[in-house]
Design a protein around this ligand. Structure first.
Ligand code: VTB
Length: 346
């Protein structure tokens, strides 16, 4: 899968990132997202594969493109028989977030990325559009920290695993009211909190790499992006655990229905009998093959954002494969045919 799709998926996230980056700093988060979706879908549909979106822009009714269940790739076309050989057909599941951190792009803030994860059919958990309590940590702490333990306990374990003092640890937490107690606890334990406004996929990824000065991600973000983070951490060998959050009272965003009970029913109808189950990375991204790609839209701790120049743009993409056990940072210069002025907003 990696050999066939490796380069293609790099281009998919690059195209989405470039499209979105044109809207950086314009205060238009919906457009920054929409252009990324369009560019990602267009490039994806040129790949010789039969892909199915398992995590995407939402249910079919609310999302016209890259909706959950949409089939993508040349071999999904109705006339596919003419040019796709069923014997060599790659059937894959895809999780996408063409613009992770739409606000970050709109307000020119760091850490926005275009991301996707792929696996063979059935290899990625089709997370409901709920929230997820997340814990991400470096490979050295894999299986040692535990989402069921308190933040204080986890910080002690993490410090031991990394041979650092708790005082040296930097924990990323999204700035939300729901995290007030967590932030207080982390600071009381002696560690440092790096607050971010959005973009916890980038934060989870940063935990996987030494030298980012980010040692842990704690808190509640969106569930679908949790699966994408898990895929990256699975391929990388880092720690990731997630637990669905289905109680509207906990998040108070008004985005996950009206009652806890109704949400539990919804989960049941999706085949999730134990709504409190803690999933680890190998359950959220259980496929034999897991490939992950992220292209920076705005620069973050780990990867640089899109930089435009006269006649082109430069991008940086991170590609992680559990198959070849590689992490690649791909630096690409894109040469545009059109004059620089046509690069401006359209
Ligand atoms: C976003 C986003 C994150 O979670 O905030 C979201 O920035 C959900 O949280 O990167 P809110 O509804 O409280 O904003 C993520 O999308 C991903 O987990």
């Amino acid at each position: 899968m990696e050999n066939t799709l490796g380069l293609e998926i790099i281009e998919v996230v690059e195209q989405a990132a470039i499209a979105s980056a044109r809207w950086m700093g314009k205060g238009e988060k919906n457009i920054a997202d929409q252009v990324a979706v369009e560019a990602m879908r267009e490039r994806m549909n040129k790949i010789y594969m039969r892909g199915r979106i398992v995590i995407g822009e939402g249910e079919r009714d609310d999302a016209p493109m890259l909706y959950i269940g949409e089939e993508v790739g040349i071999c999904s076309r109705p006339d596919a028989k003419e040019f796709c050989n069923p014997e060599e057909l790659i059937e894959i599941d895809i999780a996408v977030d063409p613009c992770e951190g739409t606000n970050l792009v709109a307000y020119g803030q760091p850490g926005a990325m275009s991301v996707l994860a792929i696996s063979e059919k059935g290899g990625l958990f089709a997370a409901p559009d709920f929230y997820m309590k997340k814990l991400a940590a470096p490979p050295a702490a894999k299986g040692k920290v535990d989402i069921n333990k308190s933040a204080t306990e986890n910080l002690k374990i993490l410090a031991e695993c990394l041979d650092l003092a708790v005082e040296d640890l930097v924990v990323v937490v999204m700035k939300r009211e729901r995290h007030n107690d967590l932030i207080k606890e982390i600071r009381e334990a002696g560690a440092r909190v790096q607050l971010i406004s959005d973009g916890d996929v980038s934060a989870a990824l940063s935990c996987g790499f030494a030298g980012t000065n980010i040692h842990c991600l704690m808190g509640i973000g969106a569930a679908p992006e949790g699966v994408i983070s898990a895929a990256a951490m699975r391929a990388l060998g880092g720690h990731f655990q997630g637990q669905l959050v289905y109680d509207p009272e906990i998040v108070k965003t008004g985005l996950i229905g009206e009652s806890k009970e109704a949400n539990i029913e919804r989960l049941k109808s999706m085949g999730i009998e134990d709504p409190d189950k803690v999933y680890d990375a190998s359950e959220l991204a259980s496929g034999q093959t897991v490939l992950f790609a992220a292209c920076g839209i705005t620069s973050g701790n780990l990867i640089q954002g899109v930089r435009f120049f006269k006649g082109g743009a430069r991008t940086q993409t991170l590609v992680i494969s559990n198959q070849s056990r590689t992490v690649r940072f791909v630096d690409t210069i894109h040469m545009f045919d059109k004059s620089p002025k046509s690069l401006q907003l359209h």
